[in-house]
Write a protein that binds this ligand. Sequence first.
Ligand SMILES: NC(=O)c1ccc[n+]([C@@H]2O[C@H](COP(=O)([O-])OP(=O)(O)OC[C@H]3O[C@@H](n4cnc5c(N)ncnc54)[C@H](O)[C@@H]3O)[C@@H](O)[C@H]2O)c1
Length: 267
Amino acid sequence: MHFQGYRGRDHVTDRLAGKAIIVIGSATGIGAATVMRLCAEGAHVCAADLNAQGAEAVAAAARDSGGNAFALPIDIADETSVNAAVAAAVERLGKLDAAHINAADLRTIFADSNALDVDLAVFDRTIQVNLRGHLLCTRAVLPHLLAGGGGAIVYTSSGSGHSGEPVRPSYAASKSGLNALMRHVASAWGREGITANCIAPGFVMTPEMIAGGQVPPEVLSAFTKATPSTRVGEVDDIAAMAALLLSAEGRWVNGQVINVNGGALMA
Ligand SMILES: NC(=O)c1ccc[n+]([C@@H]2O[C@H](COP(=O)([O-])OP(=O)(O)OC[C@H]3O[C@@H](n4cnc5c(N)ncnc54)[C@H](O)[C@@H]3O)[C@@H](O)[C@H]2O)c1
């Protein structure tokens, strides 16, 4: 019941009615919240993830809330898997209007020490999933969006992509690269009706982090103190921005890295 913390139906807009959207990296955390939010706003959603069981649980939760969602397995480190999953998603959705490419391999982040010490296997894996994987997803979804006359791509980046930190250089480099990839897509295909944007979240306590007790109180307190807000982030804060950018209301937002961070980084 890891999706208990998601508030998928707190809002009543149907601005995504009729939209077919794939969320890649959707089994937990921000992606799961986005699936719930997009469904609540009327979209038909494919929840794709390496964690196929988790994605299926999220899609089932969305359906239980009255939404229209299904799950598919995908490994964004593998080109064949990406192409097969996107093709299967489009076949089932009947078209593709938008994509939220959100997946990241976060298992290596604590070993992502500094530029002198980091194991190159950690660096390579981080780039393989968080950057190369997003290129593969872009190549798979873009032709379908163009075939429909345009569409929106939202990537999940991170404040670390432009803040400068003494730790996690591989992660930060992958997110900086993702920002550059996004700007390229926005620039190359904007005139054909494509919008591409990154959301750069600040520190977000996902329901899984809360349930797992992974964040010690002193760390949470430090993040809260570093944020000129009343709290740290919640997954729904990011899902709300994704829904806006994927809707018609976001059609003139293009090529931007949008910080959603309670003011923790003002750039
Ligand atoms: N939580 C935060 O504080 C925070 C802050 C900034 C940015 N982000 C970014 O937000 C995004 C979501 O993070 P989250 O905190 O919800 O973590 P999460 O681990 O809950 O979500 C990541 C998802 O990606 C999936 N994934 C991992 N490798 C994959 C692969 N090879 N193929 C397909 N799916 C794969 C995971 O199974 C998981 O469902 C990530 O891109 C992360 O870098 C999170």
